[in-house]
Design a protein around this ligand. Structure first.
Ligand SMILES: Cc1ncc(COP(=O)(O)O)c(C=O)c1O
Length: 381
């Protein structure tokens, strides 16, 4: 039986009528960019996350850039982040005019390691470090207690890349409210997804919210009076309307993802395939939920020594899988000018060789999940 990595139609079909009505409402208002449909979604999103402000924008990448720019990070500033993330986590820092400084990940969570950040902070840097940008990777929050402590101790801004983590929590606080300012992506494959590019900035600071709104509209507070160099990073009404509909369902969808992750754990353990980790030997290492946090399983990522062969084997059975991410950011061609080289971040480089994301989406059926697990068991036998 083929098993897709993701099947967005299964989410769309039951919502078909509701989504069409929401889109029709936007057509009725004729407010296509910002306006009422966006304002309604921004209020609902902020309430859902328990933050004071949500500022809709054109993508997760733009949300990250806005968050950095609103926080005053720019030329002459350095920002510490992870090499094991989507490209935008680093490129947004460069777009903001600042310098990315990388620190390695913790092998058990794949998230930025506070110890590695501490080491970076204790070394001299030609460009002063002004912020830390942890990523809540795969739907699990980074170690925000540690980053809050480091932020306070070194007087740094905390910028949260929550692109993959809608609904995740750390110590009872939702992703999006863990740093000074955060960025979400609503790219169609995300847990909460638009029908195109869309994103949001969230913050509890009135000042940062105000600056984000100004910067997403060409630095304009008063019409055609430009106080600063901003950009066009606005959210459109159709995307906001779709997201507003999906907000009603996201908690249930994340609950379904959690149930699927739990079931993978149970099935793999029952077959004796799970190793204790953090590194794999002959079997697989299962992803872990950090105690006290809530993982929303944007991805279910195993580690295995024979990753590429396993992926090929699954593909031969028409079972989807994906590698997030095959090349750590310090080894990306476009980021060569940062001056890093192979061997600089061994945990990220090892993760890039060993990680494999398995199918996980709310509508994934149990028989499909069983097919995935059986195929992996066959490969490992
Ligand atoms: C961790 C991370 N940061 C930033 C982004 C950028 O979001 P977008 O694709 O909406 O620009 C993404 C999404 O792809 C992401 O996964």
């Amino acid at each position: 039986m083929p098993v897709p990595m993701l099947d967005l139609k299964r989410q769309y079909l039951p919502l078909h009528e509701e989504l069409l009505q929401a889109l029709d409402h936007v057509l009725q208002t004729q407010q296509f960019i910002l306006g009422e449909p966006v304002a309604v979604f921004e209020r609902a999103a902020a309430a859902e996350l328990g933050v004071s402000h949500a500022i809709g924008c054109s993508s997760g990448t733009d949300a990250l850039w806005l968050a950095l720019a609103a926080a005053g990070i720019g030329q002459g500033d350095a920002v510490v982040t992870t090499p094991f993330s989507f490209f935008a986590s680093v490129s947004a820092i460069l777009r903001a005019g600042a310098t990315p400084v990388l620190a390695d990940i913790a092998p058990s969570t794949f998230n930025l390691s506070p110890n590695a950040v501490e080491t970076v902070l204790s070394a001299p840097h030609p460009t002063p470090i002004k912020a830390i940008l942890p990523v809540d990777l795969y739907g699990q929050c980074a170690d925000w207690n540690a980053f809050a402590r480091l932020g306070n101790a070194h007087n740094l801004k905390l910028i949260e890349d929550a692109a993959q983590a809608w609904g995740a929590e750390w110590d009872g606080v939702s992703a999006g409210g863990l740093g000074d300012i955060a960025a979400f992506s609503f790219y169609p494959t995300k847990n909460l997804s638009a029908a195109g590019d869309a994103g949001i900035v969230t913050t509890n600071s009135d000042e940062l919210a105000e600056r984000s709104k100004m910067l997403r509209q060409h630095g304009m507070r008063r019409r055609y009076h430009h106080d600063e160099l901003g950009w066009n990073a606005r959210l459109d009404g159709f995307q906001a309307a779709i997201l507003q509909v999906k907000l009603k369902y996201i908690e249930g969808w994340n609950g379904a993802r959690r149930a699927i992750a739990k079931r993978y754990h149970v099935l793999f353990r029952a077959l004796g395939l799970a190793e204790s980790g953090p590194y794999p030997f002959h079997g697989i290492v299962l992803p872990q939920e950090v105690p006290g946090s809530k993982h929303v399983w944007h991805q279910y990522v195993i580690r295995t020594a024979r990753r590429d062969a396993l992926r090929e084997f699954l593909a031969s059975r028409q079972i989807g899988s994906e590698i997030y991410y095959p090349v750590p950011l310090h080894l990306q061609e476009a980021l060569k000018p940062l001056g890093y080289k192979e061997g600089d971040f061994p945990e990220s480089e090892r993760a890039a060789r060993e990680v494999l994301a398995l199918p996980i989406f709310p509508e994934l059926r149990q028989d499909e999940q069983q097919t995935v697990v059986d195929a992996i068991a066959e490969f490992l036998s």
